[in-house]
Design a binder for this molecule. Sequence first.
Ligand SMILES: Cc1ncc(COP(=O)(O)O)c(C=O)c1O
Length: 419
Amino acid sequence: MNNPDWLNLDHVWLPYTQMKTAALPVPVVSASGVRLKLADGRELIDGISSWWTACHGYAHPHILKAVRDQLEKMPHVMFGGLAHEPAYKLAARLARMLPADLNHVFFSESGSVAVEVALKMAAQFWLNQGERRTKFVSFRGGYHGDTLATMAICDPEEGMHKLFRGVVPEQFVVALPDTKAHQSALHRLLDEKSSEIAAIIVEPLVQGAGGMKFHDAAVLAELKKLSQQHNVLLIFDEIFTGFARAGSMFACKEANVTPDIICLGKALTGGTVPLAATVATDRIFNAFHSDNADAALMHGPTYMAYPLGCAAANASLDLFETEPRLQQVRAIEAQLVEELSACRGGDGVRDVRVKGAIGAVQMNAPVDAVGLRSRFVETGCWIKPFGDVIYLTPPFVIDPRDLSKLTRAIVDVVRESSS
Ligand SMILES: Cc1ncc(COP(=O)(O)O)c(C=O)c1O
């Protein structure tokens, strides 16, 4: 492939990459539907949806129009003291979609910041009642972002931030309560330490970046029960699972468990403009509602409620209302189950699992992520394995033939590595 003349590693620092040995990334010039067009004219079918954002495919005309219209009117204004319709409309729509009284929406511009805001909200919920609680409970296999506070609640041993152990404030990162023994361990921890613990935070039903690991709704019901028994808050990080990725519009709805705070991001704008949200119940909000100015939530990112992002998010929600996204996710799920099952039993394959529009083949050992990625590109697919997992999270609009090309590429690679 002839690379374009702008592509070199002189100035750009790549994500999660050892720059000394880094391969050049793949140059893309445009994206439409489920296809990425490369600088040399080739096209790739996208199996990742740009880190799980592009749920409607790329360049959906309805979202593009909404963003263009908003761009003409007002790309941005500060949210402190000024208001704009896209944000107020979006907040009301999210509150209507979310269960129970998750009514109060705080906007930010990335998932990590949405989680930071949730942690801060939880800590200040207690501060506003005269309690100083500095700890959080999170779970092995979990991932919540790359900023300092979010690194502290990621899996400290297997997660990508293990280097930072001892640098970030230590939190209680424990096993999910998916067995009696794990339930008892969490119960004991909460018994001993609940007066220090502001909240429990979990990615409900699917731990994404920690390895596409699934757990049952019963685990979340247990967390809800324990959080109530021990009087600590419960935060759901639905930045990955939200907006139908895991099969239901939100995992909390599928599990029928309402957290005190929920974090949304990624597919919120259909993958067009960065935007995230932290949404709290009335109880949380009311703890900030006070005659005391110091009880206010002291947070306000510069691009908070970015109008282009809110316009894109409103357009994305329109598409969930007018196009059959949940049916498409169900069809993707059925096809992934059928087609990835060919990987089962292969040498080196530990597990094959599917939930909603997430299909994962877990190997016994870490894979050669960069080598496999190039291999997939050669076959016209964009699939980006990490750790021991080769996975698909395609746009929901993918047609069955394109999805089959993606699953076939994975099956071939797994078969080859078994032979
Ligand atoms: C569950 C979860 N929380 C938080 C984040 C961080 O989001 P962002 O990359 O937008 O900061 C991610 C990103 O992968 C995520 O999957």
